[in-house]
Design a protein around this ligand. Structure first.
Ligand code: AMP
Length: 183
């Protein structure tokens, strides 16, 4: 199977100095790597009943929608403020590189729906924690969290309730430059 991890590249000092941005676009642009990455995301959840993938703007959409098709469930977007029509629920949160807010349509899912929260990167964990807070207000049942890449050295996992599974398809345990840079 294609090693999709090799197509994630480091972009230093983006979006601001000191941040090493994990750029998944080359992986998404490669048909085989994209398919392999979605399979890796789906693997732990195939036997678990899930009604919807709830995914986070914007790169979470690029992973969440194909993952939902792979798992045979629906997809619900968590969006930046002002993008969704109708009544919404809102949450504010802190990012590794700033502050932001998320909204979901208040009637997106019925209470008790079983959802999987999905994003591209787990960094400090604030975004996924915010998504979880929104899910609680929706009165849905969070069966787990799923990210493509976990920056383990930032400790974001500690902000996730450990009674619920949180899966990362790839975990980076240190912030040393990717191997291509020093071989
Ligand atoms: P956090 O809330 O700190 O866990 O940050 C996770 C969110 O910010 C995800 O939606 C990511 O898309 C984005 N993000 C944070 N840090 C990075 C990074 N180093 N590279 C790429 N995306 C990042």
């Amino acid at each position: 199977m294609t090693d999709w991890t090799r197509l994630i590249r480091d972009i230093p000092d983006f979006p601001k100095p000191g941040i090493v941005f994990k750029d998944i676009m080359p992986m998404l642009a490669d048909a085989q790597a994209f398919a392999a990455a979605i399979s890796a995301l789906a693997a732990p959840w195939r036997q678990i009943p899930i009604d919807a993938v709830v995914c986070i703007e914007a790169r979470g959409f690029l992973l969440g929608a194909p993952l939902a098709r792979e798992l045979g469930c629906g997809v619900v977007p968590l969006r930046k403020p002002g993008k969704l029509p109708g009544a919404t629920l809102d949450v504010q949160y802190a990012l590794e590189y700033g502050h932001d807010a998320l909204q979901v349509q208040a009637d997106a899912l019925p209470p008790g729906a079983r959802v999987l929260l999905v994003d591209d990167v787990l960094a400090t964990g604030g975004t996924l924690a915010a998504a979880r807070a929104l899910a609680e207000r929706m009165q849905v049942d969070v069966v787990g969290g799923s990210v493509l890449l976990e920056l383990g050295f930032l400790g974001g996992r500690t902000r996730w309730d450990s009674a619920t599974p949180l899966h990362a398809a790839l975990v980076l345990q240190d912030d040393f430059p990717m191997r291509e840079c020093w071989q």
